[in-house]
Design a protein around this ligand. Structure first.
Ligand code: ADP
Ligand code: MG
Length: 257
């Protein structure tokens, strides 16, 4: 149903010096959905996330967030409207503690004056504690963020994003470089987040996609190739051809990263 779509990419095209990185891409995200976006290298996955968050202006098509046309809005406006983007490299403050990083993220959302010199209100403390628990870092609240493992840094950044209360989270290969255990915890975290928010996650770790995805969108050469459950995706001949033909190591029917 159209009313429940929180995000709509309609016939989106992106050209870089005449090269079409995205060609007429359509994507419809329902409220509370955790959508996995996959496809071979160069398929246009990162570019479509760039379009949604306003980092790249499309040359054609339209992006709608709820009822708002965000196609021509600036990156900071889209962030304020409620779309949060996590890039591959974490943007945390390494010399500050985990809790301080979360405090900074929370305060970005409200008037700096009100909170800067004041003692943190009870309610704010509670929000930080709840966030620490959700990302599994409650025991490391006083650690320097720079001393966290790679996976923990990613979770901290996700926690920082969540404190800004986005309705949609865009994540680009969040489990890249994580251990198997960290990857599993990340999958659970995404499911927990999706109880309240909508998520688009670009991923090429097929094991991760198989374990945690319900609906998968496959992109190829800037276009939508196939959408469906992981079972449907794995049974699709065109999908197999795209992966087998281009990169045997990324065969979707096997569990390689
Ligand atoms: P994916 O994330 O699926 O691997 P990308 O969205 O990063 O793919 O890239 C899609 C295509 O667009 C690739 O061929 C890439 O080389 C090209 N591309 C991406 N960004 C730019 C840019 N800023 N300028 C020129 N070409 C780009
Ligand atoms: Mg990419």
């Amino acid at each position: 149903m159209k009313e429940s779509a929180i995000l709509l990419c309609d016939d989106v095209t992106v050209e870089f010096d005449g090269f079409k990185a995205v060609q007429g891409m359509n994507l419809k995200l329902e409220k509370g959905e955790l959508r996995f976006l996959i496809g071979p290298n160069g398929a246009g996955k990162t570019t479509i996330l760039d379009v949604i968050c306003g980092k790249v202006r499309p040359t054609g098509g339209r992006v709608t967030f709820g009822k708002v046309d965000i196609t021509k809005k600036k990156e900071h406006q889209i962030a304020e409207l409620g779309i949060g983007r996590k890039f591959q490299a974490p943007s945390i403050f390494p010399s500050m503690t985990v809790a301080e990083n979360l405090e900074i993220a929370m305060r970005q959302k409200r008037a700096v004056f009100a909170t800067l010199f004041a003692k943190m209100a009870e309610e704010e403390r509670a929000r930080i504690d709840a966030q620490l628990t959700m990302i599994g870092l409650q025991k490391k609240a006083d650690w320097r963020a720079g001393g966290l493992s790679h996976g923990e840094k990613q979770w901290l950044e996700i926690g920082m994003m969540l404190l800004q209360e986005p309705e949609i989270l865009l994540l680009d290969e969040p489990v890249a470089g994580m251990t198997d255990k960290e990857t599993g915890k990340t999958g659970e975290l995404l499911h927990q987040i999706a109880l309240k928010r909508s998520i688009v996650v670009v991923e090429h770790d097929m094991e991760f996609v198989r374990n945690f995805a319900s609906k998968v969108t496959v992109m190829h050469e800037g276009k939508l190739l196939k959408e469906g459950s992981m079972d449907e995706i794995q049974r699709d001949d065109r999908v197999a051809e795209v992966y087998l033909g281009k990169r045997r190591d990324a065969d979707v029917s096997r569990s390689t990263a």
